[in-house]
Write a protein that binds this ligand. Structure first.
Ligand code: DP6
Length: 330
């Protein structure tokens, strides 16, 4: 027996961040979050359940993977095998059209594409909500890569109540995410370990307690396309998350000198009237957000900063989707 399906998904950038879990295993987050899918970046994944296999296999960008990466994929496949009653192992082939581990959340698009492809290959017909719940168990931020455009992940309190949904389509607001690559080195502490340390910071409680307020301001600004309000709340939320990271035990410092150089430049440009703001995930690269009509100007300015290695330009992206019958090369 061989049963195959393929799917594609985009990574996303969070404007209100997910950091810390109330349930590590199910990835029920400490707070709700809000993000935008990134259209130009994509993971494509093909899953084949094959009764002749002696174990699950993972091939990532053409290279066979074992250890933690395979284990994480197998955990998701086990969940799908339990849901469907299927007991065959699977071959998983996945390709990114962007550098893995460069601080662009590849786990989001990876687990969104995997949950779509694997659930379909297993004969499960899941709703968007169910797919988002499933993707969440593989990587929290993957729950936000299932729906389209601008997406809110409602924290909830258990598996059923924790899922993401679209609050606006990709064409609602022409924002651009200029991903400024400061370093391509693999980060020292991945997000999964980082989440477990969040509660070690004495200020995580305050960050979480205030999260709904920030999310409401951000959602409203986004729906009203109010850039000045949006910019302030996105930067405050990012800085709060990094303050928690830096005050965890052990402390996590994701910024490099080039990161701060971009942050300070962006603040100066905004003070001088340019609509632009920054946000940073668990790595040194900076996501510089602006309306698309300002993107060329902002890119030119970024290009003149010493620490900037290269820039990826992304617009709001669509949902995770099945590719039928199989995917062409990325
Ligand atoms: C800083 O979703 O990568 O990007 O659930 O362990 O896979 P896991 O973590 P992950 O965490 C993302 C953290 C973040 C903020 C965000 O995207 O909200």
């Amino acid at each position: 027996m061989i049963s195959t399906a393929s799917a594609a998904a985009h990574p996303n950038i969070a404007f209100i961040k997910y950091w810390g879990n109330r349930d590590q295993e199910l990835r029920i987050p400490a707070n709700s979050s809000l993000s935008m899918n990134l259209q130009e970046l994509e993971t494509r994944t093909r899953v084949s359940f094959d009764s002749s296999l002696a174990g699950d296999q993972l091939i990532l960008n053409g290279i066979p993977e074992e250890g933690t990466a395979l284990q994480r994929v197998s955990t998701m496949l086990n969940r799908i095998r339990n849901m469907s009653g299927l007991n065959a192992f699977a071959n998983v082939e996945s390709e990114n059209n962007f550098p893995t581990g460069a601080g662009i959340a590849s786990s989001a698009s990876a687990f969104a594409a995997l949950s779509c492809a694997a659930s379909s290959a297993a004969g499960l017909y899941l709703s968007e909500r169910e797919l988002s719940q499933l993707a969440r168990t593989g990587s929290g931020s993957a729950s936000r890569s299932i729906p389209e455009g601008y997406v809110e992940w409602q924290a909830g309190t258990d598996h059923d109540s924790s899922y993401a949904f679209s609050i606006a389509s990709a064409d609602h607001w022409d924002l651009t995410d200029l991903i400024v690559l400061i370093s391509k080195e693999h980060k020292e502490t991945g997000s999964s370990l980082g989440h477990t340390l969040a509660d070690k910071s004495p200020i995580q409680g305050a960050r979480v307690e205030d999260a709904d307020r920030r999310l409401e301001i951000c959602r409203k600004a986004l729906l009203e396309r109010d850039f000045p309000v949006f910019a302030d709340i996105v930067e405050q939320d990012c800085n709060l998350m990094h303050a928690v990271m830096m005050t965890s035990d052990p402390p996590l410092y994701y910024w490099l000198p080039g990161t701060l150089e971009v942050m300070r430049a962006v603040q100066t440009w905004r003070r001088n009237g340019l609509p632009v703001c920054f946000t940073i995930d668990a790595g040194p690269n900076v996501h510089v957000i602006c309306p698309v009509k300002e993107a060329d100007k902002v890119k030119r300015k970024l290009g003149s900063l010493a620490g900037v290695k290269s820039i990826l330009e992304c617009t709001p992206g669509g949902p995770a989707r099945l590719l039928e019958p199989d995917f062409p090369e990325v």
